[in-house]
Design a protein. Sequence first.
Length: 162
Amino acid sequence: MNSPATAGDQVETRDAALAALSAIVAGARRGLLIYSRELDPGLLDRADAVSLLRRFATAGGVTRVLLQDPAAPQRALAPLIGLAQRLPSAFEFRAIEEPVDQNYPAAYIVNDRDGWYFRPLGHRFDGETRIDGGARARQLRAHFEPVWERARACTEFRALGI
């Protein structure tokens, strides 16, 4: 794996995306926000990414995930869903249903300490990351919150569907 992302790094490959994810998770205190189209196949379904998120969760971190298409990762048996079922207090999933939010093309991960990884086209790895980008991190968190409030809980991801 590449060294952790530094301020202003361009992300162009899957390995660089994993390095960015690693840096953002490592820099988080207690919270991660993930805005994703369908749980980022090729990134969030990799064993090393799931391991990063498991360590964060078991250390007391909470990850909130917004999905535009929650059915796709469920059909693909995304390993992050299984992890979330084992650690339900550490992961929350919501499905985006409002048309204005469904049309948002980007995807991002932002932590509670000014780190972020933003992809203008959510189905691709290329984008930009910073571990100390306070202004952009605040902007992404401000975008995330109202969408989170409008989204519905992904009850279909809960263990036993309850």
